[in-house]
Design a protein around this ligand. Structure first.
Ligand code: AMP
Ligand code: SF4
Length: 470
């Protein structure tokens, strides 16, 4: 594995509260609703009359925060973070928010995503005298803001104009909360009016738990400043377009979230409908449709609706097993999938099954499920993937690992079908995704290599891969 790919890769989620009493408690509920975006660590920072406090730790929101801690986090402004990292990147120094507890101007930063020119920025900042504590990109943001000149808003503008990448960032200071989204709109960030203040979140599902109503998305390249007198909109970059990460709709986001105006459940249902239409035309014969819980349930419902086949609960998930995807060895990942999913024999036995999954990365999940279903007596298993084949790595904060680990970068559909021991396999086309979601404003780089940013040091990975292919 290359040196670059051993670095942190994270998804994460951010939540902020501005000018609402007991902001830290509200952040707790917000982060709880975003727990699916990261389970390795979490933190909340709050501001109380110029005093910046924080609590953070490794583990789930319900494990890290308890009543005595919440009582200490006072104030009407707060930001929080849930963290997802690979096995090697879970040091406590990287758990956010990160604090700049300066004598003159205290602030805290929490971000979700990845800065593509982080390496270059670190070299530049270290040459200027900055000393880094961990490997989180948030530390770069902290140093850039500290080194910039002017009002705090101007310093934020200067800092972000130097960054390239995919991020949703929240900054807490005595002046309020600042919400910043990358200029390609790769990561989601939206806000809601709440009592006399605001809630800001990676996903709108966190507003719903607090009975807030989604107001707007932060625009790509925009800085939204929430302060005691209202909201100020500014930009660190003009003429920006949205390229929302397609994997947010496919896998990461909760189905009840609305991202850039699109309901995630409805988008997934539409992919199921699309796959069923194609299978109808190909005269695929099957008895039941099942989805891999939970992220594939919506697409399976769509498939069933269009095909007329019954949607059945052929697989059951043990909710208390962590995410198998991030286990460090293949053996541990396989054991994880076995512990996580079981087939319901009376449902699948003797049946020709259409099995919907949201994506294939290494192939561990799909291969194990086909085996489970066949062991439980399934006659045929037709695997339908509600996304295109992942053939390129992501450098935008998503742990889709290296080329070597992406099975679709090594095998074509036929070879992969044989590897999965499935009776048939098909992926969606990118154009199917666009028509299902009814938007072209998507990042699809992990399917076609069309990265929306410069790749800086990551470009070498692509060059090496393509030269091996030739
Ligand atoms: P794999 O078993 O390696 O093929 O992983 C595919 C499964 O992992 C899919 O069923 C998804 O539900 C899930 N998945 C896809 N992308 C990611 C990701 N970036 N992080 C964590 N899980 C993922
Ligand atoms: Fe999302 Fe793929 Fe783009 Fe990464 S490359 S941001 S996973 S669509």
């Amino acid at each position: 594995m290359s040196e670059v790919l051993e670095e942190l890769h994270e998804e994460c989620g951010v939540f902020g509260v501005c000018h609402v009493e007991d902001a830290a408690s509200l952040s707790y509920y917000g982060l709880h609703a975003l727990q699916h975006r990261g389970q390795e660590g979490c933190g909340i920072a709050s501001m109380d009359h110029g005093v910046l406090q924080a609590h953070k730790g490794k583990g789930l929101v319900s494990e890290v925060f308890y009543p005595s801690v919440m009582g200490q986090l006072k104030g009407d402004c707060a930001i929080g973070h849930v963290r997802y990292s690979t096995a090697g990147g879970n040091e406590i120094e990287n758990v956010q928010p990160l604090l700049a507890n300066l004598t003159k101007h205290k602030f805290a930063v929490a971000h979700n995503g990845q800065i593509v020119n982080a390496k270059e920025m670190r070299v530049y900042l270290e040459a200027q005298g900055s000393i880094f504590q961990g490997s989180s990109d948030s530390e770069i943001i902290l140093h850039l803001i500290q080194r910039a000149k002017g009002t705090f808003l101007e310093r934020i503008k200067q800092a972000f104009s130097l960054l390239e990448g995919a991020y949703a960032c929240l900054i807490l200071s005595e002046e309020g909360v600042f919400a910043i989204r990358d200029h390609n709109g790769l990561r989601p960030l939206s806000y809601a009016q709440f009592h006399d203040g605001y809630l800001i979140s990676s996903e709108s599902c966190a507003f719903d738990v607090l009975s807030g109503t989604l107001d707007k998305d932060v625009e790509p390249g925009e800085i939204v400043w929430f302060h005691p007198n209202g909201v100020t909109h500014d930009r660190y970059r003009n003429a920006c377009e949205t390229h929302m990460c397609a994997m947010e709709y496919i896998y990461f986001a909760r189905p009840d979230s609305v991202i850039d105006g699109i309901n995630v459940h409805e988008a997934r249902v539409a992919t199921g409908v699309c796959m069923a239409k194609k299978d109808k035309m190909a005269h695929l014969q099957a008895d039941i449709v099942i989805g891999v819980p939970d992220s594939s349930t919506s697409a399976a419902i769509g498939y069933a609706k269009e095909s007329g086949l019954p949607f059945e609960m052929g697989l059951i998930k043990n909710r208390y097993v962590g995410r198998t995807f991030i286990q460090p060895t293949q053996k541990q990942r396989e054991r994880g999938v076995r512990m996580k999913l079981s087939a319901i024999e009376p449902i699948v036995s003797g049946k020709r099954i259409v099995m919907i999954d949201d994506s294939i990365v290494r192939g561990t999940t799909s291969r194990r499920i086909v085996q489970l279903l066949k062991e439980a007596g399934a006659l045929e298993v037709h695997v339908r993937i509600a996304s295109p084949a992942i053939t390129y790595p992501c450098f935008y904060g998503v742990d889709t690992s290296s080329f070597e680990e992406l099975i679709s970068a090594r095998m074509n559909e036929q070879e992969l079908c044989a590897y999965l021991k499935a009776d048939s396999l098909s992926f969606m086309e990118i154009s199917d995704l666009v028509s299902s979601y009814q938007t072209e404003r998507l990042c699809t780089a992990c399917f076609n290599g069309a990265y929306t940013t410069g790749l800086f040091s990551y470009g070498d990975i692509i060059k090496t891969f393509l030269s091996h292919k030739e």
